[in-house]
Design a protein around this ligand. Structure first.
Ligand SMILES: Cn1cc(CCO)c2c3c(c(-c4ccccc4Cl)cc21)C(=O)NC3=O
Length: 290
């Protein structure tokens, strides 16, 4: 095309970081500011189609959600050459799914301190999303991205992490991404996420406690990080896991953490702790040095 697209004129594509039916995600540097971004480019969905709804919900959600240290940051979105484009913060550490796959190959999995750190950070992100009147509905390892805390010598502007006391023990920052299934708590239009992480009540179209569906999915996400076997997509095992039975783990968890994860899996959404309660939970509080 004669007119260079905004994508081509503003960005230099450095490499592909994801591809799927949703389109392709590339790691790009913005020529003007020299910063790295993750940019998803997908063929413009048919006007009025469900895919268009999904694509628009993602942009609406990002627009409503301002900035939070544990939610992937949105910068811009636009349409051109029959494509929709969304420009997000680039998280340099891959997704939690990538990390778990690598660890599994070495027969490794997260130990308790790392499990509590993961649970606390993602709970902070969910608390922010839920406080904004939204639910994610697709919490799972491949939608949690990792940024390595900018080392202070780099002068990386640490966000005003009022939520987070800016003290990340391991330098690893988890961020909730992919808002393609986000919907409003009060007037939900539920597009079910990955069935492996889906709470039973949502399958039954009971949308009265949607934030607790994110809590359910977060529990299974942490259990996978603890070394739980791959989750069933349906059938007997799927239902068994939804009767508050923790999956078998290679290492017993302490009762404190085990009971908390089991409570988050409770068949009754009301019995599951809220994201806000998790952020204050003594099991997850970071002991302050001195
Ligand atoms: C597959 N994939 C790999 C990455 C890099 C992880 O180190 C990634 C990112 C995103 C996304 C993404 C997800 C959903 C919608 C839009 C984007 Cl850009 C996908 C990503 C995103 O929003 N930010 C990312 O870093």
């Amino acid at each position: 095309a004669l007119m260079l697209s905004r994508y081509e004129s503003e960005f230099l594509e450095l490499g592909r970081i994801g591809v799927g039916e949703f389109g392709a995600v590339n790691r790009c540097v913005k020529r003007l500011d020299g910063c790295m971004y993750a940019i998803k480019r997908l063929r413009r969905p048919l006007a009025g189609s469900a895919n268009e709804q999904l694509a628009l919900k993602e942009v609406y959600a990002h627009a409503v959600l301002g900035h939070h240290p544990h939610v992937v940051r949105y910068y811009s979105a636009w349409a051109e050459d029959d494509h929709m484009i969304i420009q997000n913060e680039y998280c340099d550490g891959g997704s939690l799914h990538d990390v778990l796959t690598e660890k599994e190959e070495q027969g490794e999995f997260f130990q308790e301190p790392a499990l509590r750190d993961l649970l606390l950070q993602v709970s902070m992100g969910l608390k922010y999303i839920h406080a904004s009147g939204l639910v994610h509905l697709d919490v799972k390892p491949s939608n949690i991205f990792i940024s390595h805390q900018p080392c202070s010598s780099a002068g990386g502007a640490a966000d005003s992490e009022e939520e987070d006391d800016g003290h990340i023990p391991s330098g690893v920052v988890y961020k909730i991404g992919d808002l393609g299934h986000v919907t409003s708590i009060t007037s939900p239009q539920v597009e079910e996420g990955d069935s492996r992480f889906l709470a039973c009540e949502v399958l039954r179209e009971d949308y009265t406690h949607l934030p607790k569906a994110d809590i359910f999915a977060l529990s299974l996400t942490v259990l996978l990080a603890a070394g739980a076997p791959p989750l069933p997509q349906n059938g007997e095992e799927w239902h068994h896991l939804r009767q508050a039975h923790l999956p078998s783990l290679p290492h017993e968890l302490t009762p404190a953490l085990g009971n908390l994860l089991q409570m988050m899996l409770d068949p009754d959404p009301v019995a599951r702790p809220s994201a806000s309660a998790l952020c204050k939970h003594p099991v997850l509080r970071r002991e302050r040095a001195g």
